[in-house]
Design a protein around this ligand. Structure first.
Ligand SMILES: *Cc1c(COP(=O)(O)O)cnc(C)c1O
Length: 516
């Protein structure tokens, strides 16, 4: 560890600029709701409290005493401390943080959508079922996989379901011994966890210098115990797995199914059918590509799609249509069962439906075209910056995202990816995904998406150049101690995740030491 690193104030005291509503109202006895109550009036009426039997009397609630404008300003200040897709560039690789059209939010927030209840009889929700059905049909056209479920509410949830379907398929064929899932190291991290949770033994396949699945290793690994393979394509290096057809053949010939992690479909929309790549089961993150932002832990939808012949394994109920009427079919012979209550996060489905209806097939092709162009433009420029290196497939084009390594900057500072990411905040830019994928040291995984303009992309590139070529050279301490301009500096991220402070009581306990 170098000296500068040690000097950097790694974890400063918590210094929230904005106090909580309770701190704001300390020592105050009146909020807006009491403004016009004069003591005189109270005296005239007498103590009405006394008329209420003591055991029914409510104790004084610990509510903040603030006026309406004070509360509005408090929450506006908090909102301004946040950084979102609506604030500026958000190149969080693998998360596709593109701008999501507001019209889709408005449609999803319409009372016709909001006031539905999952227990309503089917006849009264035909419009909602139609939206789901049409969305399924559209995604079927985009992928070539015609059977689907929207129950799963995240990508990883979809992977788990996909693995369960693969296991059910193998058991149905009497292939009990197939307990291995092949996963290349360029797959998304959640794949390994999902396969393990579904009870498979994970066989990791290395990546070759092209940044693609090592075919020799795959050939050696596929066999009688192979239940399937999970592939992310474009993979997490942003590179298209060019041997995909051979991979599909290999897995199928070994008796396995090919699972496709389609969380990031932004590069392929309207251009490639998953079915033509030999895919059997796939999930798509509607909360990335299709108009719901990823991240924030909000509601999502990891739509799972399967090819003909696997539809009987889908979770119940399956939405069907007959003579223009939509209904849920619970009679699915080999179904893996339910994976979630009800039918998924409906408002996310509505947004995806509205997004697809608005864009149409021409619009979708434009999305993927511009997303890939933006990523390659940024990649070409950024790899020319000093301290930036490319570990895999340097000269190959990228799809929707690209990964660079900042390991050369280690001669200047320790953990450069972390510190440079923090420094980007000072320039009003959200940092990219860092230290992922793990096959790249000091990784910066960047995804400009189709919604950033050339000016914004150029600005991002220029800031990267300034930090890496000028600041690290002239004043590395600025980078090490970043961020300087944000409301909060470095957080204890582990503690924030393990002990999130989401209520006043917890805040009091941890920060004020009031063990109440
Ligand atoms: C985001 C992502 C996932 C996981 O999706 P969640 O909704 O976060 O569970 C899986 N695979 C890839 C390639 C992803 O980018």
């Amino acid at each position: 560890m170098n000296d500068l690193f040690r000097q950097a104030k790694w974890q400063r005291e918590r210094e929230l600029i904005e106090p909580t509503v309770f701190e704001l109202s300390q020592g105050r006895s009146e909020g807006y709701y009491r403004f016009s109550i004069e003591k005189e009036m109270l005296d005239a009426v007498g103590d009405v409290q006394k008329l209420i039997p003591s055991k029914l009397r409510r104790e004084e609630l610990n509510l903040p005493n603030l006026s309406e404008p004070e509360v509005v300003r408090h929450f506006s200040r908090l909102a301004e401390m946040n950084y979102g897709v609506d604030s500026g560039p958000y190149w969080l690789g693998s998360c596709t943080m593109k701008y999501n059209p507001k019209i889709n939010e408005r449609i999803a927030a319409s009372p016709k959508v909001r006031r539905l209840h999952p227990y309503q009889p089917e006849e009264t929700v035909q419009g909602a079922l139609k939206i789901m059905y049409e969305l399924g049909e559209m995604l079927g056209k985009i992928t070539g996989l015609r059977h689907w479920t929207f129950q799963t509410s995240a990508g990883a949830h979809g992977e788990y379901l996909g693995c369960s379907i693969i296991r059910a398929y193998q058991l149905d064929r009497g292939e009990k011994q197939r307990d291995e899932m092949l996963i290349p190291l360029s797959a998304h991290g959640s794949n390994f966890a999902s396969a393990a949770m579904a009870g498979f033994k994970v066989i990791k396949i290395p990546v070759d210098s092209r940044g693609c699945t090592d075919m020799g290793a795959l050939r050696a690994a596929a066999g009688e115990r192979t239940a399937g393979m999970m592939i992310t394509n474009p993979n997490t290096l942003g590179i298209f797995e060019e041997d995909i057809l051979e991979i599909a053949d290999l897995v199928h010939n070994a008796g396995g199914l090919l699972y496709y992690d389609g969380a990031n479909l932004n590069a392929l929309l309207g251009r490639v059918l998953l079915s033509a790549m030999g895919v059997d089961v796939a999930h798509l993150n509607l909360h990335k590509t299709f108009s719901t932002p990823h991240g924030t832990g909000g509601p999502g939808a990891g739509a799972v799609l399967v090819r003909d012949g696997l539809e009987d394994f889908l979770p119940v109920p399956v939405l069907r249509e007959r003579d223009g009427r939509y209904y849920f079919d619970y009679n699915v012979p080999k179904s893996v069962g339910r994976i979630k209550a009800f039918y998924g996060n409906f408002e996310v489905l509505v947004k995806a439906w509205a997004y697809l209806k608005a864009l149409g097939s021409t619009g979708l092709r434009e999305v993927s075209g511009i997303a890939v162009l933006n990523a390659n433009y940024a990649f070409t420029k950024i790899k020319g910056i000093r301290e930036v290196s490319v570990i895999y497939g340097e000269d190959r084009p990228r799809k929707h995202e690209f990964v660079i390594s900042l390991k050369e900057a280690r001669s200047k500072i320790e953990a450069p990816a972390l510190h440079v990411a923090k420094r980007l905040l000072d320039y009003g830019l959200h940092p990219p995904t860092i230290y992922f994928p793990p096959v790249v040291e000091e990784a910066f995984m960047m995804e400009p998406t189709e919604t950033d303009s050339k000016e914004e992309i150029d600005h991002y590139i220029e800031v990267m150049r300034k930090i890496l070529e000028e600041e690290l050279e002239e004043n590395p301490k600025t980078v090490l101690e970043a961020p300087h301009n944000s409301s909060i500096d470095r957080l204890d991220e582990v503690r924030a995740a393990r002990e999130p402070i989401l209520s006043w009581k917890i805040y009091e306990r941890y920060y004020k030491g009031n063990k109440t």
